[in-house]
Write a protein that binds this ligand. Structure first.
Ligand SMILES: *Cc1c(COP(=O)(O)O)cnc(C)c1O
Length: 340
């Protein structure tokens, strides 16, 4: 039995999801004439209490479009040093928008309002880039699935208002945070100017992300998406998977979180494991005791038993639980870990 825990993006559509996809009514979405894409956009906008939404092929493209919308070339955005927009989008911030990042040395990918305030360049000091945007990530990917304290997000919002900065949320994994912290999409919709969410992570869709915002912003986003090559034709087949996932795969994220906790408990007992980061959602980051075995030897040993996990660099290993990591697989993996 192969157990793939490298990411929650390795899931394949369930047969129910495939049925929903095959039954989708479609049209040409570049002419805004795909009824299923339109329905998904309305559904997500409504969930967040926002005026409008736009369907994108990837989370990277939604974030890149948002950054383009909120900035001008030469500007600077503020984000944590672990941010996906800074580390994992191929340098798109500078490539697409001509923008630099002011990095904050936060905790597990989260920042404080004081740190953000401190990172804002004075607007009349023309030697420095103009700060125009703050990017938040929830849950944090490189930060190990950490969730933000909502009050801190409200405090950062005040900093944005004071300095007239746009406020964007990279919510690729926001669904995990909503379930783990018992929060609502509406709370987030009320706070941010734009939010990107992924349907292809924890929710188990093959493709898809959505950007939400007000009508004016999303109207402009349509042009940016076109420029980035993200206009799709009969995309309703894919959007149908998103509608299905929103109706059926959000609450169940609690199961992924529970299994992650259980894996953490076993890892804690292993002498090979030196350190485990706090587990808040479905991501487990831990370090191997290099005195006892090497990272590569540990990965190889698991691989021989059909288990795939991933190295994050700097001695950190990562396990991510997901929709296709069933009870049967969980029992097998726990049994195997106990014997290490
Ligand atoms: C996965 C992810 C993205 C990008 O999504 P893709 O669909 O892979 O482009 C953006 N932000 C975060 C936090 C992510 O985890």
């Amino acid at each position: 039995m192969e157990i793939n825990l490298i990411s929650d993006t390795v899931t394949k559509p369930t047969s129910e999801m495939l049925d929903a996809m095959m039954a989708a009514k479609v049209g040409d979405d570049v002419f805004k004439a795909d009824p299923t894409v339109n329905a998904l956009e309305e559904k997500v906008a409504e969930l967040f209490g926002k005026e409008a939404a736009l369907y994108f092929p990837s989370g990277t493209m939604t974030n890149q479009a948002a950054i383009k919308l909120h900035t001008n070339p030469g500007d600077q955005l503020i984000c944590d040093k672990y941010a996906h927009v800074y580390n994992y989008e191929g340098g798109g911030v500078s490539f697409n928008s001509g923008v630099s990042c002011k990095l904050v040395d936060g905790y597990r990918g989260t920042m404080t309002a004081e740190q953000v305030e401190h990172a804002v360049n004075p607007p009349d000091f023309y030697h420095s880039p103009l700060t125009s945007l703050v990017c938040i990530e929830n849950t944090t990917n490189k930060g190990g699935g950490a969730c933000w304290n909502f009050q801190e997000l409200e405090r950062i919002k005040s900093v944005c208002e004071k300095h007239k900065l746009a406020y964007h949320l990279d919510g690729a994994r926001l669904w995990n945070a909503l379930v783990a912290k018992n929060e609502t999409a509406r709370q987030y919709g009320a706070l941010f100017d734009s939010i990107s969410v992924c349907l292809s992570k924890g929710l188990g869709c093959p493709v898809g992300s959505v950007l939400v915002g007000n009508k004016e912003l999303i109207g402009k986003a349509l042009r940016i998406r076109k420029v980035l090559g993200g206009g799709m034709r009969q995309a309703g087949f894919l959007a149908a998977a998103g509608i299905y996932a929103l109706d059926n795969h959000v609450e169940r994220l609690a199961e992924d979180h529970k299994r992650a906790q259980e894996i953490g408990k076993i890892l804690e007992m292993l002498s090979l494991v030196k350190k485990i980061e706090p587990i808040e959602t479905n991501i487990i980051i831990f370090e191997i005791d290099e005195q006892k075995t090497s990272e590569t030897a540990f990965l190889e040993k698991l691989k021989q038993k059909g288990v795939h996990i991933i190295g994050m660099g700097q001695g950190k290993l990562r396990i991510v639980t997901h929709l296709d990591y069933t009870d049967r697989k969980h029992e097998a993996f726990i049994g195997l870990l106990r014997k290490l």
